[in-house]
Design a protein around this ligand. Structure first.
Ligand code: OSB
Ligand code: MG
Length: 376
């Protein structure tokens, strides 16, 4: 495939309800989409970077700039035998995984459409349906949280993840566990604690959590090793994991026993697949995380989650939990048994609702190969 152009598009979307984590509250999402045009058709990818650099170092605006000034010039006008070759082409740029993932994933989408196969199938997916959990933001009102969990369980979701932060942790977990003694329950701190909080984190051992997600700093695999040694509950790393090497380091050092794979954070389908393969060979359970994506990013997450290593319910859930209307048709729905059917039609398996997309678009830019280079 020869890459002819990149169309960047920012879409303004508002979440049905604000989502609170230890690092802040999100209500409005600036969804950045990349349409990659090749000589064999086009594909779409979503930049999963947040609005502010409080989860990782990337933002919507840093991604736009890095895509325009550095990544687009590395791929435009070049011919690749397939999407597998894109990471090497973009390797001169350090970091900026979420920006890179949008290009690579768009190329996977284009390849799937061109080959007439479903994206999940192209990636090596084997599941007909993926298991779904939900991630619930910090709630100040515990009875309201319990009602919310009741509704999510009623909708079929198989695992409940609670966002925690200092001051909103043990008490909340204790109330939830008391009301729901049997459910698969996890917590996610988004790096809100330090090793000084060991006694508090050890109290979480009482509640039979499936795992504790990213309690310590976003860039601290080493300290998670020290923590994991002192906890019964498994740790799961999210923010720390950018690639296979981080995964190997974390598993070999005993920093965690579970891995959260996010397509954006690990720079795309290729690296995500390497991580799931490594974990599968070592019986390390992985699951697919989310970044409050639109349906386009969600469809990519569903395709990746159909690979064999994804043995735990992820954070990929129904469109209607986020949006009054999604960018795709049909929207993502969850079956009564808490699963999402993996599409079998060619490409993403969902159509983009172009009229709706246009109505929410706030800026677009098209990047093509520089004329002088093209002439030479
Ligand atoms: O840590 O998994 C996280 C949302 C934004 C940033 C980080 C995280 C999250 C979530 C929500 O937990 C996942 C989702 O529902 O898409
Ligand atoms: Mg997380």
């Amino acid at each position: 495939m020869r890459i002819e152009a990149l169309h960047a598009r920012e879409v303004a979307m508002r979440l049905i309800a604000p989502f609170e984590t230890s690092f802040g509250i999100t209500h409005d999402r600036r969804i950045l989409l990349i349409e990659l045009v090749t000589d064999q058709g086009s594909g779409w990818g979503e930049v999963t970077a947040p609005e502010a650099p409080f989860y990782n170092s990337e933002t919507v605006d840093t991604a736009w700039l890095v895509l325009r000034d550095f990544l687009a010039p590395l791929v435009l006008g070049r011919a690749f035998t397939g999407p597998e070759e894109l990471p090497a082409a973009m390797a001169p740029v350090r970091g900026h995984e979420m920006a890179k993932a949008s290009i690579e994933n768009a190329a996977w989408h284009a390849q799937a459409v061109h080959s007439g196969v479903a994206l999940g199938h192209l990636l090596g997916g084997t599941r007909a349906a993926i298991e779904c959990g939900v991630s619930l933001g910090i709630h100040r009102d515990i009875p309201a949280l319990l009602d919310r969990i009741d509704r999510e369980l009623g909708a079929g979701y198989r695992r409940i993840k609670l966002k925690i932060k200092p001051g909103s942790d043990v008490k909340v977990v204790s109330a939830v566990r008391q009301r729901f003694p049997q459910i698969h329950l996890t917590v996610d701190a988004n790096s809100a604690y330090t090793l000084d909080d060991l006694p508090l984190l050890q109290r979480l051992d009482e509640y039979e959590l499936d795992y504790i997600e990213q309690p310590l700093a976003w860039n601290e695999i080493y300290e998670h090793t020290a923590l994991q040694k002192q906890l019964k509950t498994a740790l799961c790393l999210d923010e720390c994991i950018h690639n296979l090497r981080d995964t190997q380091a974390a598993i070999e050092m005993g920093a965690c026993r579970v891995i959260n794979i996010k397509l954006g954070r690990v720079s795309g389908h290729g690296e995500a697949r390497r991580i799931q393969q490594y974990c599968l060979e070592r019986d390390v359970p992985v699951w697919c995380g989310g970044m409050l994506e639109s349906g386009i990013g969600r469809a990519h997450n569903i395709a990746m989650s159909s690979l064999p290593g994804f043995v735990l319910p992820g954070d990929v859930s129904a469109s209607r939990r986020y949006w009054t209307k999604d960018l795709i048709e049909p929207e993502v729905t969850v079956n009564a048994d808490g699963t999402i059917a993996v599409p079998t039609s060619p490409g993403l398996g969902y159509a983009i609702d172009t009229d709706f997309l246009l109505s929410r678009t706030v800026r677009t830019e098209t990047w093509k190969r520089a004329a002088s280079v093209a002439a030479g």
